[in-house]
Design a protein around this ligand. Structure first.
Ligand code: ZN
Ligand code: ZN
Length: 162
């Protein structure tokens, strides 16, 4: 324990007096430290604020202070509970992960369709080239081969049962 000197108490009294200059929020700079982003009742240099903070717990994760019922709500009741801010964050992450999973699945399906489409295009091109080269000759062995090739592709892709 620190043994306070008379000057410590005197400076604490000076600080408290400076805070008393701003008993109500008045829109001006902090009457204790002069900063413009807070006022005396919330100033970390205010000895009374420090006293209040003794009964408050700071969350490691979100940095907010909680006391009493609010602390129970935020930190949970057992050591197995996660702070509320983390639980909210984790459910957000889970949601995002599920979305990513779905997108990956769609990507996979799109890839499969691209492959199927490519095979169909190749089969049709084979037939078209054949007709361009030979027309509809009955004796064309190449035509039979191309048709068989196209049939195989359609069967493979499930567009043809036999
Ligand atoms: Zn201040
Ligand atoms: Zn928190």
């Amino acid at each position: 324990m620190k043994l306070f000197k008379k000057c410590d108490y005197e400076s604490a009294i000076v600080q408290i007096k400076a805070c008393m200059e701003q008993l109500e929020p008045n829109g001006k700079n902090c009457s204790l430290c002069g900063d413009n982003d807070h006022q005396a009742f919330e100033c970390t240099h205010n000895p009374l604020v420090a006293l209040e903070r003794i009964h408050e717990y700071k969350c490691f994760f979100c940095g907010n202070y909680f006391s009493g019922k609010d602390a129970e709500d935020h930190f949970g009741l057992t050591e197995n509970d996660n702070p509320k801010c983390i639980t909210v964050l984790m459910s957000l992450i889970n949601k995002k992960n599920k979305e990513i999973e779905k997108l990956t699945e769609y990507q996979h399906l799109a890839g499969e369709y691209c492959e199927k489409n490519q095979k169909l295009v190749e089969a049709i091109n084979g037939l078209i080239h054949h007709f361009n080269d030979y027309g509809l000759e009955e004796e064309s062995f190449v035509l039979v081969m191309e048709v068989e090739k196209a049939r195989t592709v359609l069967r493979e892709l499930g567009y043809l049962s036999n």
